[in-house]
Design a protein around this ligand. Structure first.
Ligand code: PL4
Length: 407
C-alpha cells in the first residue's frame, strides 16, 4: 500500500507567491477594467542583453549542425561554464576551483534540494523573515515538527528586525544547517563581512553548514558588503553558496544557476571532499544537467561585454528602487533596503497586519505588494516591494500609492 509523504500535510500555508497571484486574480475578477500594478513577485521584466541573445542563438545554431550538435551534457555543467564561474570568483579575489562549481537550473531548486545530502535529524536555523523555500523544503524533508502560530516546532528562527539592522545574532543553541541570504530577500539589506564572520566562526566551531543564497549579489554597489561568503576567511570550510543568473541576467524564465560546494567543506561526520562528492552524486542521480542552449547564454553573461550589458539592466532596476523609496518616504512610510538590493522592506502604517495591508493597498491603490508575514513571523507588520518592473509601471504605482492610499 502506497503512503504519501505526510510531511506535506504539515505545511501551514499555501506557497506565498501563488497565494498573492490568487488574491490578485480574485480582485481583478471583481473589478474588471481596473489596471493592477504589480510590485509583488520579484520577476524580471526587461529584455535580455544583446550579447546574451546572440549567445543563446549560437546555442540553438549549434544544435542544427551534426558537427556541433550535443545531447546530454555533464550533470555538473558544461566544463567551460564551470571554469568561467570559477574565474568569475577569482576576479573578485576568491579562489574557487571548477570542480567545486555545480551548474543547475536555478537557485530555487538548489536551495530546496541541497538539504537532501544532510542527515534528517539536522537542526535547521533560518533568518526570520526568509525566502519561504528554505523552511518549506525542510518541512517536506521531515526536519520539523508541527506548525503553530506561524512557526514550525524544531526550527530555530533567527529574528531580523529594525533593532538588529535586519541581520540576526548567531543562534544561542547548537544548530546544524543555517540558511543565510545576502543581499536579503525580503528585507533588502546586505550583510557586512563582520556580520558574516560571526556566522562563519559559529559554523566552524559547531561543525555546522551555512547555506548561503547570494542570488542578488550583483545588486550590491557598496564594496563594504561582500558579494560572496567566501570573501570571509574560513568560509570554504563551512559554507555552500547558491547563486543564479535569474536576477543578474534576466534568466528568470530561461533558468540557470549554480552552487559552490567547496572541497574543504566539512561536517561533523564528513572530512574534506565528502560533501562535494555527495552533491556530485545527488546531481548525477537526480539531475540531467542544465540546457546546453542556456549554458551557452550563461557563458556570455560572464565575459566582459555580458557583465557590462547586464550591469546596465541592474542599474535600471536600482533606478526603480530609488523612485519607490523616495515616493513611499514622501507618503510618510518607513522604508528599509532598496540600496544594495532590488527589494524594499516597508513598515505597514498604523501597525496594520501584513495581509490586511496587502488588501488595502490592492483595493485603494491597485498596487500588488508582498505581505511581510508570508516570509515568517518577524515579517508581520511589514510589506515587501520589488524594484523589478518597467519604469512607467513603477512610476504609475508610486503615484497611485501617493494619491490613493489613505493612511
Ligand atoms: C517567485 C533568495 C522571487 N516562483 O530563479 P531562481 O530559481 O534562480 O532563484 C529563485 C530565488 C532564489 N533565492 C532567492 C530568491 O528571492 C529567489 C526568487 N524569489 C521573489 O519574489 O521572492 C521570485 C519568487 C518564484 C519562486 O518561488 O522563487
Amino acid at each position: 500500500m502506497a503512503k504519501i509523504n505526510s510531511n506535506y500535510d504539515k505545511l501551514a500555508a499555501g506557497y506565498l507567491f501563488p497565494e498573492i497571484a490568487k488574491r490578485t486574480k480574485a480582485f481583478q475578477e471583481k473589478n474588471q477594467g481596473v489596471e493592477v500594478l504589480r510590485l509583488g513577485i520579484g520577476n524580471t521584466t526587461e529584455p535580455l542583453a544583446p550579447s546574451i541573445i546572440k549567445a543563446l542563438k549560437l546555442g540553438v545554431e549549434k544544435l542544427s549542425d551534426v558537427k556541433t550538435y550535443t545531447g546530454y551534457g555533464d550533470e555538473q555543467g558544461d566544463t567551460r561554464l564551470r571554469k568561467a564561474i570559477a574565474d568569475f570568483y577569482t576576479g573578485r579575489g576568491v579562489s574557487i576551483e571548477a570542480d567545486e562549481v555545480f551548474v543547475s537550473d536555478g537557485a530555487k531548486p538548489d536551495s530546496a534540494n541541497i538539504s537532501s545530502i544532510f542527515s534528517q535529524d539536522c537542526v535547521v536555523a533560518v533568518q526570520d523573515p526568509a525566502y519561504p523555500v528554505y523552511v518549506d523544503s525542510n518541512v517536506i524533508a521531515g526536519r520539523s515538527g508541527k506548525a503553530k502560530d506561524g512557526t514550525y516546532a524544531g526550527f530555530v528562527y533567527m529574528p531580523c528586525n529594525e533593532k538588529n539592522g535586519f541581520f540576526p545574532e548567531v543562534p544561542k543553541q547548537k544548530v546544524d544547517l543555517i540558511y543565510l541570504c545576502s543581499p536579503n530577500n525580503p528585507t533588502g539589506t546586505a550583510a557586512t563581512k563582520e556580520q558574516l564572520k560571526k556566522f562563519v566562526d559559529y559554523a566552524r566551531k559547531n561543525k555546522a553548514v551555512i547555506i548561503f543564497d547570494s542570488a542578488y549579489a550583483t545588486f550590491i554597489s557598496d564594496p563594504k558588503f561582500p558579494r560572496s561568503i567566501y570573501e570571509v576567511e574560513g568560509a570554504k570550510e563551512c559554507a555552500i553558496e547558491i547563486n543564479s543568473f535569474s536576477k543578474s541576467a534576466g534568466f528568470t524564465g530561461v533558468r540557470l544557476g549554480w552552487s559552490i560546494v567547496p572541497k574543504n567543506l566539512v561536517a561533523e561526520d564528513a572530512a574534506p571532499g565528502k560533501i562535494n562528492s555527495l552533491w556530485n552524486r545527488r546531481q548525477i542521480t537526480m539531475f540531467n544537467g542544465a540546457s546546453n542552449i542556456v549554458q551557452e547564454g550563461g557563458l556570455a553573461c560572464l565575459n566582459e561585454q555580458g557583465l557590462a550589458e547586464n550591469q546596465k539592466i541592474i542599474d535600471y532596476y536600482m533606478g526603480n528602487a530609488r523612485i519607490i523609496k523616495k515616493g513611499l518616504e514622501e507618503k510618510g512610510l518607513k522604508v528599509f533596503g532598496g540600496v544594495n538590493a532590488p527589494y524594499l522592506w516597508v513598515k505597514t502604517p498604523n501597525k496594520m497586519k501584513s495581509w490586511e495591508f496587502f488588501d488595502k493597498m490592492l483595493s485603494e491603490a491597485h498596487v500588488v505588494v508582498t505581505p511581510g508575514s508570508g516570509f515568517g513571523p518577524s515579517g508581520e507588520g511589514y510589506f515587501r516591494v520589488t524594484a523589478f518592473g518597467h519604469r512607467e509601471n513603477i512610476i504609475k504605482a508610486v503615484e497611485s500609492v501617493k494619491k490613493n492610499l489613505s493612511i
